[in-house]
Ligand binder design. Structure first.
Ligand SMILES: [Zn+2]
Length: 205
């Protein structure tokens, strides 16, 4: 049976490590993996449609990033077309919060229920889907697309970190603190953010 896992987290809580662990496991088993990233995420380092998802973690020395090829997409049609290019075992969607809610929910439901254009797409009957993303914005408002996906998924995973402000070891930091920049809901970057607990978090103004 197709299985959907949703990995929800603030920034700096290990989403990248989670995804790369899934990729490593699937590669070891010679499974076919397809990775999607939203076209709006400019950190996916490529001007072409084929870019990479990256993570800074788990590395030292001269290698600054781990990377894996990812397709930058916006529409459901693009995603269906790429899925028709092979017979996949694992589908990963990174930065789910940047997708339009209609696109990503139709994608997930289409794969789970074999509807929405996926009737004619062949994939492993035990396909594993992983959708990772921020569950809340810098003002603690849930990203609607992630809330929906968390409701329909088989396995919700919520990651947390240690608050960089109070550093209390037994407190889960689940909020993304904006520390510079503007007030747009979406502002892509790493230097503008920290991970904090509820007591240390404030809404950046
Ligand atoms: Zn704190």
């Amino acid at each position: 049976m197709v299985e959907l896992t949703v990995v929800a987290a603030p920034m700096f809580a290990g989403k990248g490590e989670f995804i790369f662990r899934i990729i490593d496991q699937a590669k070891r088993a010679h499974q076919k993996i397809l990775v999607f990233a939203p076209r709006t995420d400019t950190r996916v380092k490529a001007r072409k449609e084929k870019g990479y998802i990256t993570t800074r973690s788990g590395l030292n020395g001269k290698d600054k990033y781990r990377k894996y090829p990812a397709w930058r997409v916006t529409t459901l049609e693009e995603m269906i077309k790429l899925m028709q290019s092979d017979f996949f075992d694992v589908i990963i969607v990174d930065e789910g919060q940047f997708f339009k809610i209609k696109v990503l929910t139709k994608f997930a439901e289409g794969l789970l229920y074999h509807t929405n254009g996926f009737e004619n797409v062949s994939y492993n009957i035990d396909l594993k889907i992983y959708i990772a993303g921020l569950d809340m914005d810098y003002a603690k408002n849930p990203f609607e697309v992630m809330s929906y996906l968390l409701a329909i998924c088989d396995k919700p995973v919520k990651l947390s970190a240690i608050c960089v402000k109070c550093r209390r070891p037994n407190v889960r930091a689940v909020l993304t603190q904006r520390i510079s920049g503007g007030k747009d809901r979406i502002q892509v970057g790493d230097d503008e953010y920290e991970v904090r607990c509820r007591e240390c978090h404030y809404i950046y103004k």
